[in-house]
Design a protein around this ligand. Structure first.
Ligand code: G3I
Length: 302
């Protein structure tokens, strides 16, 4: 196959990208995105600050621009993200305790109702664990509202849209030996044992010189899948875009039956949140980088 999406589909997987609504009017961007990818994540438009700028007043204008573009072009959509310490609107940043928990429930219900039956995977909770060696939860207003805020979010999400796969999503959890990975693993194991509704784990896979790719990523994916959840690579970018490293990540996903697909976090290097890392598959002029060929070749079984 000659595009990333079609090549991934040969094994029943998808190949996605993050889409920024403001870039869709750039014809180079839109044509590459439409040609190569069959899964879309809104880079910012479905986040809490964008969708509920005032408490109880939802605004889906930017989110729908991304959603409609995706669906009109035959793509599926991953929802990102419902409960997160970051990109909270001002009104939510100032909440705590039970009031915050009620606001989180209201937010999940409001957004999931708007997209009911239309989103294949939702990142229900994003980035709840701390970096470093503690294995602790990240401190946040949500965490201070009670350690069970994550399962409350998942139970709320299941009731709001039973058709969506519900994912926990995080970064620096690709290396099996890291404390953060182990902490996330313990949580997912506990959720599965107690029947908390979780269907998938998203590995963001923002690889850089400080947290590089490690070949034990495949072990990580396998171990999570063995708990009875699907896994996905949700925000892939690699500082310097080594073709070998990109191919390794693809082959890790292909080696794990429950790996649903791979999403890269942007189209061209200039679209990246870290453009100075030149971490993506396309040059600023829209031409394909060596990493693109390595990914396509891996997806084609090469
Ligand atoms: O839209 C405003 C614009 O009006 C304003 O002039 C400008 C000035 O700074 O800011 C613009 O908003 C920025 C927004 O991206 C859109 O470009 C925000 O400041 C900026 O903080 C925001 O960054 C996003 C970041 O999440 C925020 O947390 C990145 O685009 C986005 O790629 C990044 O994505 C996250 C995932 O959601 C979760 N995992 C990590 C990943 C990378 O940080």
């Amino acid at each position: 196959e000659s595009t990333l999406g079609a090549a991934a589909a040969q094994s029943g997987r998808y190949f996605g990208t993050a889409i920024a609504s403001g870039r869709l009017s750039d014809s180079t961007y839109a044509s590459i995105a439409n040609r190569e990818f069959n899964m879309v994540t809104a880079e910012n438009e479905m986040k809490i600050d964008a969708t509920e700028p005032q408490r109880g007043q939802f605004n889906f204008s930017s989110a729908d621009r991304v959603y409609n573009w995706a669906v009109q072009n035959g793509k599926e959509v991953r929802g990102h993200t419902l409960a997160w310490h970051s990109q909270q609107p001002g009104w939510m940043q100032n909440l705590s305790g039970n009031d915050l928990r009620q606001a989180m429930i209201g937010h999940i219900n409001g957004v999931m109702a708007h997209y009911k039956g239309k989103i294949v995977q939702w990142d229900v909770v994003n980035e709840a664990f701390a970096d470093g060696s503690s294995g602790a939860r990240r401190d946040s207003n949500l965490q201070r509202s009670g350690n069970d805020w994550i399962e409350l979010a998942f139970r709320t999400a299941r009731a709001a849209d039973p058709s969506a796969k519900l994912c926990y999503n995080d970064y620096n959890v690709e290396n099996w030996t890291w404390a953060k990975t182990q902490a996330m693993y313990s949580m997912v194991r506990d959720f599965k044992q107690r029947g908390v509704p979780i269907d998938c784990v998203g590995f963001q896979a923002h690889f850089n010189n400080g947290s590089p790719y490690n070949s034990n990523f495949r072990t990580t994916l396998q171990n999570f899948a063995a708990l009875g959840v699907d896994v996905a690579v949700t925000e892939l970018d690699i500082q310097g875009a080594s073709p070998t490293t990109y191919a390794n990540v693809i082959n890790d996903c292909l080696a794990v039956e429950r790996c649903l697909g791979v999403t890269v976090w942007g189209v061209r290097d200039s679209d990246s949140w870290r453009p100075e890392h030149t971490p993506l598959l396309f040059n600023n002029d829209g031409s394909k980088k060596a990493a693109y060929s390595a990914v396509l070749n891996a997806l084609n079984g090469g």
